[in-house]
Design a protein around this ligand. Sequence first.
Ligand code: C2E
Ligand code: MG
Ligand code: MG
Ligand code: MG
Length: 289
Amino acid sequence: RAKNYGKNNYQIYSPQLNIRSFKQYHLESDLRKSIENNELVIYFQPRIEATTGKIVSAESLIRWMHPIWGEVSPKEFIPIAEENGYINELGDWILKHVCLHLKKWEKEQLPIVPISVNISAQRFLKSDWKSVILEILASTQVNPELIEFEITETTMIQHEKVTKAAFQTIREMGIKIALDDFGTGYSSLSYISDYPIDTLKIDQTFIKQITKSTKEEVIIKSLIYMAKGLDMNVVAEGVETIEQLNFLKQQECQEIQGYIFSKPVPEKTFIALLKKQIIKPILYHESKV
Ligand code: C2E
Ligand code: MG
Ligand code: MG
Ligand code: MG
C-alpha cells in the first residue's frame, strides 16, 4: 500500500492544499479531545433592541483554543464535527455549559437575558436528543424560556420532516426557536409559516448590501414586514455600519446583532456589558482596512 504514496503522487505543485489537508487531518483527531483538554470556550454576542439600545438577548458562539493552531474558527471545525459525527457530543456539551452559565449568572443576581444556542439539525436525527435536553434542563434547573435554539434555514430544509416534528417538541419544552441565516436557503416565508418559529435572523449577506443594492434593501424590507405579520421577532445579523443601523431602524427591525454594538466576547466582558445594560453603537472600521 505504501507504494501508492510514492513521490510521484505528491501534489508538490500545491503546497497550500497540502498544509490545509494536514491541518484538517489534525483538527479532526484533536477535536475529540478538545472537551477533556478544556480547550472549548463559549463567547457571547449581544442582541440589541433597535429602539432602546438595550441588550435583550445574546447568541452563544463556540471558540476552540487549540494548543498549536491557536483559535480555530467554528466555521472550520463545526463542519468537521458534523462530518465525523462528533457534533452531537459537542452540541450537548455547549448546551449544558450555556445552561451552567445562565445558572451562575442567576445566582450572582445579574440582569440575565435569554441566550440563543446554535444547534445542528443533525442532532434531531439521533433519537436520544429529547432525553438529553430534558436531562440538561433538569440537572441545571434553568428556565427553558431563557433558551432559544438557532437552526439554519439550509439544514432545516435538508431535514424537513425531522425538524418539523423536533420544533414542535422543543416548543412544548418551552424553548424558543430561531431560524438562522435566513434568506440563504431559498425557502419562502409562506413555507416557513408552517413551522413554529419565534425568531427570524436575516443573514449577513443581505445586511452587507444596505446602501449598496436597492434590490437587497427591498428584500430586507419585505422580510421584516412579513415576519412581523407572522408574529415573528426579527434580528438583523452582521450589522457593522451606522447606515445599516439607520436603515434597519427605519424599517422597524426589532433586534440588531453585529460588530457595531459588540463582537462576540468572553464571559467576563459580556457580564460587564450586561451590567451596563445599554450599548451605544461604535464605529467599526475593520472591514475598510
Ligand atoms: P452564525 O450562527 O450565523 O453566527 C453569526 C456569526 O457571525 C458569528 O461568527 C459572529 O461572530 C459573526 N458576526 C456577528 N456580527 C458580525 C459582524 O458585524 N460582522 C461580521 N463580519 N461577522 C459578524 P462565528 O462565531 O465565527 O461563527 C460562525 C458560525 O459557526 C456560526 O454562524 C454558526 O453557524 C457556527 N457556530 C458557532 N458556534 C456554534 C455552536 O456553538 N454550535 C454550532 N452547531 N454551530 C456554531
Ligand atoms: Mg447563529
Ligand atoms: Mg447566522
Ligand atoms: Mg452562519
